[in-house]
Write a protein that binds this ligand. Structure first.
Ligand SMILES: [Zn+2]
Ligand SMILES: [Zn+2]
Length: 396
């Protein structure tokens, strides 16, 4: 019997699922059939298709925001540092966006599959030697076939609709630069808008103004709320930009922190989601033993994914063989025990070798009761994890 998720055990992905479910329920209750179907189609198009509309929307928003800033706020800013630094950050934002959109995320081809295969080991939890039925080679560890790009991507993180590109091994750092530049520009613009409005408040000596009550005719000193209401009236563009950039900057900042937290712990977004699912399955007692159930979890996880639409979840001969997953085995997987060969037979050969290796070490020793029993072999310590993200090796 599957238990309902408990809030205490929820990670951000579970939270996201709950939010999505809530939005769906609200839409079901409040919207009529045709409107709901239209919105569903729109969201499916935005999230499940490859198109440049979100990129164009971002560029439009960025350019309009900068236009408003240079018309409504910049003329008041006299300080030379701000006059140079703000355009510099704006240019860096465009540059990082361009690089993140156009850079190769680490597409795997038959020519470079061997090199990608040498980067990481299979953990035999989420990754094991399996052929990609579209690209026709054995997928290297941590890679995944992106349905939208229709190619396998090394150290797949996610397909980003903002960038209309995958985020993977080779462009993860550009993704971070883009996030950092975006929230820096937002916060900087918000601060500059505040300085502009404050300069106006000081210049008008607004804090000494008095408010005349329309009925009682009593005079009182103006409150802060009244001063900001006057600002909205006198400079609506700068006030609107201040609110928008502060909120957008905060949202992007939180998202950046979340991504950094995953990078530090040696997870990609794709893996974080898988670990979350695994944790929930253990917590809800769907998964109680190492051997068969963990294997089935791995396969059932792959089956309903996006990639399954173009890439049927066929199991190779080797994949049908249940394999144990013990802490001892996972710990030992740091030792390079596999060499990737880009043929179909290699997947079978590698899995056979792994089964043999595990049976030598003993199997199914203890029940699976906590996610802590499973180690993430891709966590190589904070600095090494960050080095992998920010200083990737060049693989052509
Ligand atoms: Zn592929
Ligand atoms: Zn993609």
């Amino acid at each position: 019997m599957v238990k309902k998720p408990q809030f205490s055990t929820m990670t951000i992905h579970s939270f996201k699922r709950v939010i999505e479910e809530m939005i769906q329920r609200i839409m079901d209750c409040c919207l009529l059939g045709p409107t709901r179907r239209f919105l569903n189609r729109c969201s499916l198009y935005c999230l499940e298709e490859r198109h440049p509309w979100v990129q164009r929307f971002y560029l439009l928003l960025l350019t309009l925001g900068l236009l408003v800033y240079y018309l409504a706020a910049a003329p008041v800013i006299q300080h030379l540092v701000h006059r140079i630094l703000h355009p510099f950050i704006a240019i860096m934002t465009y540059w990082s966006f361009y690089k993140a959109c156009t850079s190769n995320p680490g597409f795997i081809s038959k020519e470079n599959v061997r090199k990608h295969g040498q980067m990481f080991d299979y953990d035999y939890i989420f990754y094991e030697p399996k052929e990609c039925y579209t690209c026709l080679f054995v997928r290297p560890p941590r890679s995944r076939h992106c349905r939208l790009c229709n190619r396998c991507v090394a150290k797949y993180d996610h397909h980003c609709v903002w960038l209309n590109n995958c985020v993977g091994y080779s462009n993860h750092h550009y993704f971070f630069y883009f996030l950092i530049c975006t929230f820096s520009l937002c916060f900087y613009s918000a601060y500059m808008c505040f300085v502009t409005l404050w300069t106006h408040v000081e210049a008008s000596n607004m804090r000494t103004w008095q408010y005349l009550h329309p009925t009682t005719r009593l005079r009182t000193n103006v409150t802060w709320w009244q001063i900001w209401a006057l600002q909205i009236h006198s400079n609506p563009a700068a006030t609107g930009l201040l609110i928008f950039t502060a909120l957008a900057g905060f949202a992007v900042f939180l998202f950046s922190l979340y991504n950094l937290w995953m990078a530090i712990r040696g997870y990609t977004s794709n893996e974080e989601f898988k670990w979350d699912e695994l944790k929930y399955s253990i917590h809800s007692k769907e998964l109680t033993s190492w051997r068969k159930e963990l294997k089935e979890f791995n396969q059932s996880y792959i089956a309903p994914s996006r990639s399954s639409r173009t890439e049927k979840p066929r199991l190779t001969k080797s994949a049908k063989k249940p394999k144990p997953h013990t802490t001892q085995t996972l710990s030992s997987s740091h030792e390079p025990k596999t060499k990737l060969i880009s043929t179909t037979d290699s997947a079978h050969e590698l899995t056979q070798r792994h089964v043999q290796h595990e049976s030598e070490n003993g199997e199914d020793r203890e029940p699976l009761v906590s996610i802590k029993q499973i180690r993430n072999i891709y966590n190589e310590g904070i600095w090494n994890n960050l080095k992998i993200v920010f200083m990737p090796k060049k693989i052509l």
